[in-house]
Design a protein around this ligand. Structure first.
Ligand code: IPE
Ligand code: IPE
Ligand code: MG
Length: 247
């Protein structure tokens, strides 16, 4: 059997992969450690997946790092996780930049501490002209938050007359989401055995192939990514049509 990576059909790669990085807390608790220990180890998995996607030539990788609902976790976990996320982005920025990776952040930036906002903006500016992998971090993000924002923007345009109500279409809704500049993900991966979306890209995942694995996020490595891509390549995407129509 050839290596997993060599089994991947490079002509049938997803353009956009989205990942719900779940299971850090359980991974840590299973080893008698506290939850933050799991988040720290999750960073290694982020590196592996970013590298794996960049090597394959994937265009877009969205990582769900912190949801709107995660703000309701115990205060020490929230502050520890925020610190880890911001310091990791700061530390990795140089390396990402060298690899021509362009960072994007989606989510409610206003919820983040002002210093974090400044540091994240610096990282974004640094990579602004890069043309390689688009790495999209969903931070203080939720699908419903984004949809409400899109509706507000559209309503504002309708009010000022910039847009007619009859002109509101799926494209207009999409164009006002924080993901307006990214194609919809073809593949969504969730780790750690949970079978739900948890308020991730609600609009964008309409026709994504969903891939669930029991592997906890801190254990996720390139091989697991390859397995998910191979799983995706073995599926028939029908978009409502019949199998015969797709031949
Ligand atoms: C994913 O791991 C990271 C975040 C949600 C921030 P969890 O912290 O949800 O870990 P589990 O699901 O409780 O094991
Ligand atoms: C989803 O994981 C959010 C992130 C991975 C950032 P959660 O652990 O918060 O989701 P639920 O609570 O299990 O649905
Ligand atoms: Mg979880």
């Amino acid at each position: 059997m050839p290596e997993l990576k060599d089994q991947i059909d490079l002509s049938k790669l997803p353009t956009h992969i989205a990942v719900i990085m779940d299971g850090n807390g359980r991974w840590a608790q299973e080893q008698g450690e506290d939850r933050l220990y799991g988040h720290y180890h999750g960073v290694e998995s982020v590196r592996a997946v970013v590298e794996g996607c960049a090597e394959l030539g994937i265009g877009y990788l969205t990582l769900y790092a912190f949801s709107t609902e995660n703000w309701d976790r115990p205060q020490d976990e929230v502050s520890g996780l925020m610190e880890l996320l911001v310091s990791t982005i700061r530390k990795e920025a140089e390396g990402l930049n060298k690899n021509n990776i362009r960072l994007h952040i989606i989510g409610d930036k206003n919820m983040l501490p002002p210093t974090a906002q400044t540091e994240l903006q610096e990282a974004l500016d640094l990579m602004n002209d890069n043309t390689g992998l688009n790495l999209i971090m969903a931070l203080s993000y939720s699908g419903r938050w984004d949809l409400v924002n899109s509706v507000k923007k559209i309503a504002e345009k309708a009010k000022t007359g910039e847009l007619d109500v009859s002109g509101i279409s799926e494209e207009v809704l999409k164009a006002n989401l924080s993901t307006a500049n990214f194609p919809d993900p073809e593949l969504m991966i969730r780790t750690s055995g949970e079978f739900r979306i948890s308020n991730f890209l609600l609009y964008e995942l309409a026709y994504a192939e969903l891939y669930f694995t029991d592997v906890r996020w801190p254990d996720f490595r390139k091989e697991n990514l390859y397995e998910a891509i191979l799983g995706y390549q073995n599926r028939e995407r029908r978009f409502g049509k019949t199998s015969e129509q797709m031949q």
